[in-house]
Each structure stands twice: as structure tokens, then as C-alpha cells.
Design a protein around this ligand. Structure first.
Ligand code: ZN
Length: 338
């Protein structure tokens, strides 16, 4: 961690101030040491450059299983794709790169840190990226030495942070939590009044086929398999998706007359989008859908309620590829917990 991170941290248990006791530093990174709470006297270790607030032994089993599974995926799939910028901006629309300039940003669930590095490069004053899983090791390596990027291992329900953020975002994470809405609220609770939040979640609409046919397989079979085995098995459905997207959906959607036909096809918007991805990226998508022990598909009505509950204003909710929801809104004084 970099010393500047201390400005944003607070004890996750009592919200007290933390003081830093560094053992070993490499360049601007404090590689090992301890953070001590001035109030409750708890100590949190810095290990391999990352402050560790997650009491991994105490985290509920399902949440930990999700973190472990995705941690494996993120350490295995370390590719970069030039469509990532476009994809990320699609998830957080209407936010554009200029929006990040000089903002203090919180990322809820950073995985391997692919968005973290982008946001740091777009001129955020600082980005604090939190994840529960072992993927923080990859995120740390990929942001190492970047002065305004900070990686923290912590539980989204118990964020070791002050309420000082101008903007918080979470893409593709909340629907994997045991209680997605509580995760959303926790994130929002760290945003200053007048700041903004973005969230992107799987939609219930148009995903009934996943809920009916894929979910049972995921819950009872694939999420319980050894990751290495699933990695290979996922190649079969990936081959179908790859062939359909490259040979059918992609080409059809490139011409006017083709689009007229394509819009009647199953899952067209998403498949057209995916047709731009290479094999490895599609394999990654299929794997991630099969590996998660927990996945909720959230209806538009329910998603709107999340934003009403926190009394956000100027809320923009959008449909993404007709199978997921993204939201953006302004945070005011938070209502009491309900
Ligand atoms: Zn404390």
C-alpha cells in the first residue's frame, strides 16, 4: 500500500482512526507492517503490499466460496482485451473518462484490478479498490507503483473506509453477494453527500432461460467442481457461443438487412456484443457464469427500489444488452437503515 491510502481508511469494527507501522517498503509501496486502531486497539496486517481487513476465517462460507472461485478465475484469465474500455464505460454509463478527473473513487469488488488501472489513468485523484478474494494479489501487481491506485482486501459489508468518496462504482459484483442490496447500501454509505454511485447487475428480464436451465447446473454441479476441470469443460459451451457469435450474430448485425433478421434471434443484443470478443474472453465469460456459487438475477423494479431506498436523485437507470441493469445516481444524506 501507499502511505496516501491512510487518508481514506478507518477501522472496520469501530470506525476509529488507524495508524501505520511500516516494516518493509519497496519504492512507494509499504510491503509489510500493521495498521493499528487508536480506539479499539485492533491490528490489521499489511501482507505482500496489501492491507488485509478480511478476517477470512470468519467470513460466511458462501461468500468465501464465491471469492475463492473468482479469485481462481482472475488469476487464470489475466488477458487484456481492447474492448475492455468500451465494455467498462457501457457498465457505468453515462459516466465518461473525463468524469474521474480529480475525484476520490471507490471500487466495490475490483477482481484483478482491470478497471482500477483504467480509472487511475483517467486522472482520478485516488482510487481505492476493494475485493475479498485472492484476486487482490493480481490487482496489486497490476497497479504496483501507480501512485493513485490503492488495493485493499476487505468485505464489502464491512468496509474499512471513511465516508469521503466522490464516486463509488461496482460492476458485476453485487449480484454475487448473499444480499446484493445490503452490499449496495454499504458501498453508498462511503460516498459523500453530493457524490455519485454506479452499479451494474444481472437482470431478471430475458434471463429466465439462465435461471431455469443454467442456474441449477451452476448451483449443484459446476460451482462445486474443481476449477481446473471446469476450466476445460467450459470450452464446450464456449465453442457453441463462439461459433454462433462469429458466424451468425456478428455478420448478420453488420448489415441493415441482416439486422432486420437478427433482432428476432435469441439473445441478439448480447450475442452481437460478445461477437467482438476473442476465444479467450468468451471462455472467461462462460467460465464465470458457471463458477459462481451465488448469483441473483435482479428485476428492473427491484433495482429501481434500491435507488429509491437510498433516496438518490438524478437517477439514470438503463438496460444493457437487454439482459442487465445499470444505474447511476447522486447521493444525498442517507436515510436511516431500513
Ligand atoms: Zn477500531
Amino acid at each position: 500500500m501507499k502511505a496516501a491510502l491512510l487518508n481514506y481508511l478507518a477501522c472496520p469494527v469501530c470506525a476509529g482512526d488507524l495508524s501505520l507501522n511500516a516494516d518493509k517498503t519497496e519504492g512507494i509501496e509499504i510491503m509489510s507492517g500493521e495498521l493499528n486502531c487508536s480506539q479499539c486497539r485492533r491490528a490489521f496486517r499489511i501482507v505482500r503490499g496489501i492491507p488485509r481487513f478480511a478476517d477470512l476465517e470468519k467470513i460466511e462460507a458462501d461468500k468465501q466460496a464465491t471469492a475463492d472461485k473468482f479469485g481462481w478465475s482472475w488469476q487464470e484469465f489475466t488477458q487484456e482485451d481492447d474492448k475492455y474500455d468500451e465494455e467498462f464505460l457501457g457498465w457505468i454509463a453515462p459516466v465518461r473518462p473525463e468524469f474521474f478527473k480529480d475525484k476520490v473513487v471507490l471500487e466495490g469488488g475490483c477482481g484483478k484490478g482491470r478497471h482500477t488501472r483504467r480509472v487511475a489513468g483517467w486522472g482520478a485523484r485516488d482510487i481505492v479498490a476493494v475485493d475479498l478474494s485472492a484476486a487482490v494479489e493480481v490487482a496489486f501487481e497490476s497497479t504496483r507503483g501507480i501512485e493513485n491506485a490503492h488495493i485493499v482486501q476487505a468485505d464489502i459489508y464491512h468496509l474499512p473506509l471513511r465516508r469521503v468518496f466522490d464516486y463509488a462504482f461496482s460492476v458485476g459484483v453485487l449480484h454475487h453477494l448473499p444480499d446484493p442490496r445490503a452490499g449496495f447500501r454499504s458501498l453508498v454509505s462511503k460516498v459523500k453527500p453530493g457524490g455519485h454511485v454506479s452499479a451494474w447487475v444481472y437482470g431478471a428480464e430475458n434471463n429466465q432461460w439462465i435461471v431455469r436451465f443454467v442456474n441449477p447446473v451452476r448451483e449443484y454441479v459446476t460451482s462445486r467442481m474443481p476449477s481446473r476441470l471446469l476450466f476445460h469443460l467450459a470450452k464446450a459451451p464456449t465453442a457453441l457461443m463462439y461459433a454462433a457469435s462469429k458466424l451468425l450474430y456478428g455478420p448478420l448485425n453488420r448489415t441493415e438487412s441482416g439486422r432486420a433478421i437478427a433482432r428476432h434471434l435469441f439473445y441478439n443484443d448480447y450475442m452481437d456484443f460478445v461477437s467482438g470478443f476473442n476465444w479467450r474472453e468468451q471462455h472467461n465469460i462462460v467460465f464465470d457464469h458457471l463458477v459462481a456459487p451465488t448469483a441473483f438475477y435482479i428485476s428492473g423494479g427491484e433495482f429501481e427500489r434500491w435507488w429509491r431506498d437510498i433516496q438518490a436523485t438524478d437517477v439514470v437507470i438503463g438496460w444493457r444488452n437487454k439482459n442487465s441493469w445499470r444505474g447511476f445516481g447522486r447521493i444525498n444524506n442517507l436515510p436511516a437503515k431500513g
